[in-house]
Design a binder for this molecule. Sequence first.
Ligand SMILES: Cc1ncc(COP(=O)(O)O)c(C=O)c1O
Length: 485
Amino acid sequence: MRLTPVNLLFEDSRPGRRTVRTPGADRSLATAGLPREELREKPVAWPEMGELDLVRHFTRLSQRNYAISTNFYPLGSCTMKYNPLVNEAIAGQGAWSGLHPLQDDSSVQGALKVMHDLAADLGEATGLPGVTLHPAAGAHGELTALMVLRAWLDEQGEDKRRTILIPDSAHGTNPASCTLAGFKVVSVKSDDMGLTDMDDLRTHLGDHVAGMMITNPNTLGLFEDNIAEICELIHQTGGKVYMDGANFNAIMGIARPGDFGIDMMHLNLHKTMSTPHGGGGPGSGPICVTEELTKYLPTPAVVKTNGKYRLRTPEASIGRVRAFHGNFMVLLRAYSYVKRLGAIGIRRVAENAVLNANYLRVKVRDHWRVPHDRICMHEFVARPTMEMREAGIHTMDVAKRLMELGYHPPTVYFPLVINEAIMAEPTETESRETLDGFAEAMIQVAKEAIAGEEFLHAAPRNMPVTRVDEAKAVKNPNLRYQHEA
Ligand SMILES: Cc1ncc(COP(=O)(O)O)c(C=O)c1O
């Protein structure tokens, strides 16, 4: 019989039978406090197999997964870049993974230093010195910042200000977070350039406005040129400006949001700073705020006094937003990433991310319609040309055909302000050869689209799952595991 921790719960009271124990483990600890009648009578019958079969099983599963470590993953708005393995190795060291969040501060000074110094570096990079590392994702950062905003408004006696302005190109989490935080959302139009329409923005200003949430670079991959003026207008009206910093990869080391007037922002460390993501977890969405708003940040914050790191509750803290200290292992990877690259390396990341996106944009623009065909940031949006549409081809057909050609498709049908959008974000970690290969695939599909629609409608033919009825899959999901024939 194989001994597993679960077997600790097995107590065999039959005469002559031994009680199963895991060597070295204290059985009474595992069963302490559990009612006797709840204990297992028999050990769990785990499936038995040799190591080689197990290795093959997991290797096969991993090969069915499309990942950045297998091929190009130009998923716009997601920054699917290569995360240096050295940061994984550091996070995997037992010195870190063996820590317990309830340990005394004096025994975890190294971990507190990591959090303290990472917060200082993020504050420096954003120009917003108040930093909390607690939020577990970008959306959680948005919610946390809006709670900070509410606390600030309430203290100013401005509790009637409950409207947040959000450009119509925003990511869906922005309005969702506002609603969750008890604010009303008013949408601001984008202009012909793909930027916030300044005239429309002015019509929404007033003493009901709590603030504005703006993504910069925005979800069309464009830098909001009027950002300083937007911040000024919102401040004049009595509100604060929140920047969705999910796209910080394009500007870090080059522009500091605090310098152009932003009051609060979040960072997606799992996109920008070296944590593999996708599949839902674990992430980290620290928020950075101005000096004025620092006292409202969640508890606890790490401070350094007399050469020692300790935990402190900010003066007017909104309270806890997460158990313990956020996702520490993500913070550790980000710390390692920032320290290894340094200020110059971080800037080069952003420069190359922008360079690669522009390289790709220019390569495909004669075959695709690029609605805002000028210098973009880290990503760009394209859409099928009129000829492709007349041939009956939709963006979804293109995405499926790219899968057949071995590429993860770019983001499709987002942002919503562009009909039939396809949004590519190559990231800084890809080589010119990879970009050329992908551009050729995009051009090939554009030509095929014009040549014959049925061919594309049938894609993908070489995937474990071929074309599915997307609408039916959402409305009537079949979640049962089906064994392959
Ligand atoms: C622009 C933008 N804002 C916010 C988010 C939300 O981040 P998270 O998925 O970490 O909650 C995303 C995620 O894709 C995003 O692209």
